[in-house]
Design a protein around this ligand. Structure first.
Ligand SMILES: [Zn+2]
Length: 331
């Protein structure tokens, strides 16, 4: 089924969606060994179908599988890569805790991790492209304990090789939008850190063929590293902007931003649903700054929607899609 993504202001999502019952139950049962991975894969299709349907109904052009299988963006992958073992509970920020996984041996890709969900979402997307979304090597490194490698330069490249392998599987399956999520980068916004990730992204994206290469980064003092990240071998930065009141935009303009922009226009940390008029106003504001054409602007939420109630998440998507539709007629 052909679906044509609008040329101007296509809409998309960062990736995660509220867990739709029984996704959380299934994750717990799988962890407790009460159901097999095979049963899990079969039963998780229903929540994925619901997440896909919500995005289609809201009018999103480039969708995700809602990450219904993933209880966490790091542990999910650590449990599927050889060389990791589960860790103890640690606090990462505020009241957010997770089981920081431990690297104890040589890291090795052993099996597909996210391809099956991507294939399923694509089969029910009514032709809409589905992003292949994977946690990036910097975030995997920062949110793991390393007892094996020691040198971060080496560790991040090893992680990048594993991600590259999974990305190759996605591309083989037909994915044309590949997004690497790097929320940890903004927690250490320094040149050396940004350059570590640059080398790793080369490993992930080099010679991948005809795919859109995207990096998602959110929160923190990103303006300090913009000149360095603009060197990344990617087509698009997907950025949180609404939550920080679009503070980054003047910096992007100042540094001669020439890539595509995933333009975060709704805050995922507030229950208040931004109105169509408000979102349209943010798009207008960006256009009036006159440094990026509408063809390079992908309208989306700041970050994953997973912590919002489902109806709020859906309402935010719906309004941003409507705002993009109106903007298309004007710009
Ligand atoms: Zn994010």
């Amino acid at each position: 089924m052909a679906y044509s993504v609008p040329r101007k202001f296509p809409t998309t999502v960062v990736g995660s969606y509220p867990k739709i019952p029984p996704a959380m139950d299934l994750i717990k049962k799988r962890r407790a060994g009460e159901i097999s991975e095979e049963e899990f894969r079969k039963l998780i299709k229903e929540p994925i179908r619901e997440a896909v349907r919500d995005q289609i109904e809201a009018g999103i052009d480039i969708i995700s599988d809602g990450e219904q299988s993933r209880e966490d963006m790091v542990v999910y992958f650590a449990e599927r890569v050889e060389g990791y073992r589960p860790g103890d509970w640690v606090r990462i920020f505020d009241n957010v805790y997770f089981r920081k996984p431990v690297i104890v041996g040589d890291l090795k890709w052993v099996r597909q991790m996210i391809v099956e969900d991507w294939v399923y979402a694509t089969s029910i997307s009514q032709g809409r492209p589905v992003k292949g979304i994977i946690t990036g090597p910097y975030t995997m490194m920062e949110w793991s304990f390393d007892l094996r490698y020691g040198r971060r330069e080496e560790l991040i490249i090893e992680l990048a090789r594993i991600i590259r392998r999974e990305v190759e599987e996605l591309v083989k399956a037909g994915a044309r939008y590949i997004q690497v999520d790097e929320p940890a980068l903004s927690t250490r916004p320094w040149r050396e850190e940004a350059e570590l990730l640059k080398d790793a992204l080369e490993v992930i994206f080099k010679g991948l063929g005809d795919v859109k290469r995207i990096v998602h980064i959110c929160y923190g003092r990103l303006e300090k590293i913009i000149p360095y990240i603009l060197e990344y071998p990617v087509d698009q930065f997907d950025l949180e902007l609404k939550n920080s009141n679009f503070r980054l935009l003047p910096y992007l303009k100042e540094y001669g931003y020439d890539k595509e922009l995933g333009f975060g226009v709704v805050d995922v940390h507030t229950l208040q649903v931004e109105t169509v008029e408000e979102i349209k106003g943010y798009i207008d504001k960006l256009m009036k700054m006159d440094f990026i054409p509408p063809e390079k602007v992908y309208v989306d939420p700041d970050c994953g929607l997973k912590r919002l109630p489902r109806e709020v998440a859906k309402a935010k998507m719906k309004n941003l899609a409507e705002a993009a539709r109106i903007a298309r007629e004007e710009w």
